[in-house]
Design a protein around this ligand. Structure first.
Ligand code: AMP
Ligand code: MG
Length: 414
């Protein structure tokens, strides 16, 4: 009897468990260069943000009691642009103030300039500027308090956080010019298949019979880089046992992961699986998902091996549901579950597979999901057209209007 295929959940758990005890070293990088990297340690702030109380408006800083006491007419005793250090506010006066400038000691509110008028001088030799405040301010009005964003000692970014635009801005706002990040995983990428031709090597009109362009190499490179990997692309391995063994052995010596596509199925031209078995161990093979059954994981020495199916959509999907969480975990990112949301299916899927399926779908303007008509595992158009996957449990049919689990490509590509 054939061995039952591994459920995705089990395979993922095994894959992640294989990383237990593995930690990539930390390295310092300049904050400016840290986009997409993963923080190796939590970051806490050595100062308050903002550092001082400051104005959130262009206007006048006042003492509330003074405004009431003099019918709102106040002389202007100082001018405080952003970046200056003000004097204490003289009693019975206002200070001209600009957005971001520190609040002078003694002031307890800011009146925006739209709510004040500059008064004409009472007599021509008067140089003193006076304003009429037309609104009785409330206490603290238009004042941004010191520490309202970050308090001193607060942890602002957690270990394992992937740094994007918001996180880099935060790190800079607390004065960090360098960040301790996890070393990039080193990944060796191989394509297998004697039918493969590189774009540029042969013009489309000159393609020999039986040849196809190597598309997996391009999207796998892109997916790996978006996940912060240092990719060495070894190109195409011929469908030969010895060549496959030699290539895998070499790559395993200097990488954390060897990632291949193709050649892990059951045909006698599929040399990757036996090659890994001869060099190390194969711990996991064949998963109950569609597309993507021929997925393999093993070890060659200290290096992990992952073999993806050759069919482009299978390769794409298995990368997203298995390799991505593996690489996230390797980098210390705590995010292994697929980000699934419930959405309405605006289609029927009445002949489900026995395996868990990942259907290529697209969100429509009515708030539902449309299905790409051709769900074949070789049809990359489905991934280009689609903006995500329906995660459909094994054997479950879908009727128009049903709620289904949706995973957006956008949530998986960075
Ligand atoms: P395999 O897993 O090697 O049997 O390949 C399964 C299918 O995927 C075959 O039709 C291959 O031609 C195709 N395939 C394998 N590798 C690639 C690749 N790098 N780019 C595009 N198609 C591929
Ligand atoms: Mg092949």
């Amino acid at each position: 009897m054939r061995k039952p295929l591994l459920p995705l959940e089990t395979a993922l758990a095994q894959l992640l468990a294989s990383l237990e005890g593995t930690r990539l070293e930390a390295a310092w990088v300049s904050t400016m260069q840290a986009d997409g990297r993963v923080l190796a340690q939590a970051v806490s702030s050595e100062l308050q943000v903002p550092p001082q109380d400051n104005s959130s408006m262009d206007g006048y800083a006042v003492r509330l009691a003074d405004v009431g006491a003099c019918n709102g007419i106040l002389p202007v005793s100082q001018r405080i642009p952003a970046g200056t250090n003000p004097k204490e506010l003289l009693a019975g006066t206002a200070a001209r103030i600009f957005t971001g400038a520190p609040i002078p000691f003694g002031a307890d509110a800011v009146v925006m300039q739209e709510d004040c008028v500059e008064l004409p001088a009472a007599n021509p030799q008067d140089t003193e500027l006076r304003i009429q405040v037309n609104q009785l301010p409330s206490i603290g009005q238009w004042i941004r308090r010191s520490g309202e964003d970050v308090t001193k000692g607060e942890i602002v970014l957690a270990a394992g956080q992937r740094l994007g635009p918001a996180e880099l801005g935060m790190a800079a706002s607390i004065g960090l010019a360098k960040l301790s990040v996890v070393r990039k995983p080193r990944v060796a990428l191989f394509s297998t298949g004697d039918e493969l031709v590189m774009p540029g090597d042969v013009e489309p009109q000159a393609m020999p019979a039986g040849a196809i362009y190597n598309s997996n190499r391009f999207f796998l490179n892109s997916l790996l880089r978006r996940l912060g990997c240092d990719v060495t692309d070894f190109g195409i391995i011929p469908d030969q046992r010895e060549a496959t063994i030699a290539a895998l052995r070499l790559a395993s010596e200097s990488n954390d992961l060897v990632l291949t596509s193709g050649g892990v199925s059951v045909g006698e031209e599929d040399h990757v699986k036996p090659a890994v078995q001869s060099l190390g161990s194969l711990d996991l093979w064949q998963i109950a998902i569609k597309p993507g059954k021929p997925f393999a994981h093993g070890r060659i020495g200290a290096c992990h091996f992952i073999g993806l199916p050759g069919n482009p959509v299978s390769s794409f999907v298995t990368f997203l549901v298995l390799v991505r969480p593996f690489l996230q975990r390797l980098q210390g990112v705590n995010q292994s579950a697929l980000p699934v949301t419930l959405m309405r299916a605006d289609f029927d899927w009445l002949r489900p597979d026995k395996r868990q399926e990942f259907l290529r779908v697209r969100r429509n303007a009515k708030g539902g999901l449309d299905l790409f008509p051709n769900q074949s595992s070789g049809v990359l158009s489905s991934v280009v057209w689609g903006d995500g996957l329906v995660d459909n449990p094994a054997g479950q049919s879908i009727r128009l209007g049903d709620q289904v689990g949706f995973v957006a490509f956008n949530d998986l590509l960075g």
